[in-house]
Design a protein around this ligand. Structure first.
Ligand code: C2E
Ligand code: MG
Ligand code: MG
Length: 529
């Protein structure tokens, strides 16, 4: 069964099928996103188009009311309390000059005193819808539009009245085909459409007016409404929903094409990446088989005496064409593909075969070997390493293992496996300390002997960098936990002496030596032993 799964996985885990799977999955996700985005975008476009029409109409109708209000103010300057012949003449003259005004007059005790023509009495005006806007009274009767003798809009204050017509108001508002505009009074029982027809609000229109959504989509129409700032009146603009639907489909088509192109690109990149990984994976497999891996040794130096205490084993891949591949180019890939365990075994074997004899002769010397997360989690690792040490008769204390914080995600598990290594006589170092996800909390729980301060912290030492250096704190902490400190990447004498002063014991870096082959390392020890 497991075998069946493996063959199935092998068949699928190839660039073309994986590329297609990635394309398919990302197409699903992206199309879903495109669908929603198109809907939102179309609604936004429709909203802003209708909003522009609303604002335009609102501005024009406000201009109309303002004009009317101006006329009312002019009228108020005329003394009409007593209707003299001169006053009446003035009134007639005035009426001719006032825009949008049909009749003007003055009421006292609810009865007309003086007027340019027939002014409605208050009891007549009671048939109208009435509201106040500030100090101004407004009456409107859209139904009166059918009878040109009757005023359909009256504005008044302090007994002065202006009779106008909603005809003028609707003349202000023009809408393109497919768009409707309704003028709604505060008591929205009767409304006026922009063609001049008086109607009453449908249930859908009432809901649209009550809604606070910027665009309200009903069954029959798509609506937008404004505040009642037009002397108490509001505008309700509506459009044929087909417009929105068409717009939505246009955006959907556009975004779907984009989504599919992007999905294809993602699939293609995934396939490309897998092809690269797999070719690197195959090449590494060959390298292990052909023995193309080598180890260089970078000396570890006592910071005080400058004597060589040991070295860090650093893997190198010498390809068939003689080119040397840097470990940071293939170690991450080997970690992903699981080949790292075989590489670590090979490194330990190379270290012991190249330096086993030398280590036996120099029992105080040690070599540190980098372990990856997978090595720590591999329960058989301890036995393998033990078998090699026995074979080359090297004391476990002469192999130090470096683990990075990345390898310690499961602290409890890592801790028990590191303890097993320690029980068999090895020392453990935390490599690149301070660059990982957490630092302090797990240090106390882990069986560790050495902290290796990452090069990035050493770099800031001795320079004029403004940030306060972290290295002194790390050293302080290591000392309080009884751990030894190795400082990596020392390139300048100033850094070395500062680190010594701060309490670091061991240094590694180009100041002392770069990584070198086995024989050069032995020569280095002879010189600096
Ligand atoms: P690392 O374990 O932190 O090794 C130290 C790296 O810093 C080495 O790079 C070394 O050459 C470099 N270095 C040391 N002193 C200086 C210095 O003064 N200045 C500068 N600029 N660099 C310095 P390298 O050999 O390229 O290794 C890179 C990384 O690859 C290592 O970092 C380690 O994480 C990994 N690696 C190397 N060998 C192995 C191995 O056998 N197994 C595993 N799992 N990882 C390895
Ligand atoms: Mg290291
Ligand atoms: Mg390091």
């Amino acid at each position: 069964m497991a075998n069946k799964h493996r063959t199935w996985f092998k068949a699928v885990y190839r660039p073309l099928p994986m590329g297609l799977i990635f394309t398919f999955i990302s197409a699903l996700g992206l199309l879903w996103g495109a669908w929603n985005l198109a809907g939102w975008q179309a609604r936004e476009a429709e909203r802003s188009a209708l909003q522009a029409l609303h604002d335009q109409a609102s501005e024009s109708s406000l201009r109309f009311y303002t004009q009317l209000y101006g006329s009312l103010q002019t009228l108020e300057a005329v003394p009409l309390q007593r209707c003299t012949a001169a006053g009446l003449a003035q009134l007639h003259d005035l009426r001719r000059h006032l825009l949008y005004v049909r009749e003007i007059g003055y009421l006292s005790a609810n009865e007309p005193v003086c007027g340019s023509g027939r002014i409605p009495t208050i009891s007549e005006l009671q048939q109208y819808q009435h509201w106040q806007f500030g100090e101004v009274d407004l009456w409107w009767a859209p139904d009166n539009l059918a009878d040109p003798q009757l005023p359909s809009l009256v504005m008044g204050r302090n007994g002065y009245l202006l009779a106008s017509s909603l005809q003028y108001l609707r003349d202000q508002i023009s809408m393109p085909t497919g768009i409707d505009a309704l003028v709604v009074g505060p008591k929205s029982a009767q409304v006026l459409d922009f063609r001049g027809v008086s109607t009453s609000l449908s249930a859908e229109q009432q809901r649209a007016l009550a809604s606070s959504q910027p665009l309200w989509i009903g069954r029959q129409r798509v609506y937008i409404s404004g505040p009642s700032d037009n002397y108490g009146m509001r505008l309700l603009i509506s459009a044929d929903p087909q417009r929105l639907q068409q717009l939505t489909w246009q955006y959907r088509a556009l975004w779907a094409v984009m989504a599919l192109l992007l999905a294809a690109l993602i699939g293609w990149l995934a396939a490309l990446q897998l092809r690269r990984d797999q070719s690197l994976e195959r090449a590494l497999q060959m390298a292990l088989r052909r023995g193309e891996l080598e180890v260089d040794y970078q000396p570890l130096v006592d910071l005080e005496t400058r004597r060589c205490l040991g070295a860090e084993a650093l893997v190198r891949w010498r390809r068939a064409d003689g080119q040397r591949v840097r470990p940071d180019l293939f170690i991450p890939q080997a970690e992903d593909s699981g080949q790292i365990c075989a590489i670590t075994q090979r490194v330990i074997e190379l270290v012991l075969s190249e330096q086993g004899e030398f280590l036996k002769q120099n029992p105080n010397l040690y070599i540190s070997v980098n372990l990856a997360a997978a090595d720590i989690l591999d329960a058989s690792f301890v036995q393998h390493a033990q078998a090699l040490l026995t074979k080359y008769q090297v004391a476990p204390a002469q192999l130090l293992y470096e683990v990075t914080e990345r390898g310690l995600v499961d602290v409890a598990l890592a801790s028990s496996l590191l303890q097993a290594l320690r029980d068999s006589g090895h020392r453990i170092a935390i490599d690149d300390f301070g660059t990982g996800y957490s630092s302090l909390s797990y240090l106390q729980q882990l069986p560790v002997d050495v902290l290796k301060i990452d090069k990035s912290f050493v770099d800031t030492l001795g320079s004029e960098a403004a940030s306060s250096p972290v290295a002194p704190h790390i050293i302080q902490m290591a000392r309080s936990l009884g751990l030894k400190v190795i400082a990596e990447g020392i390139e300048h004498e100033a850094q070395a002496s500062l680190l010594l002063e701060l309490g670091a014991h061991v240094g590694q870096g180009w100041l002392f030596a770069k990584a070198m082959d086995a024989a050069s390392f032995r020569a280095f020890v002879a010189e600096h032993g």
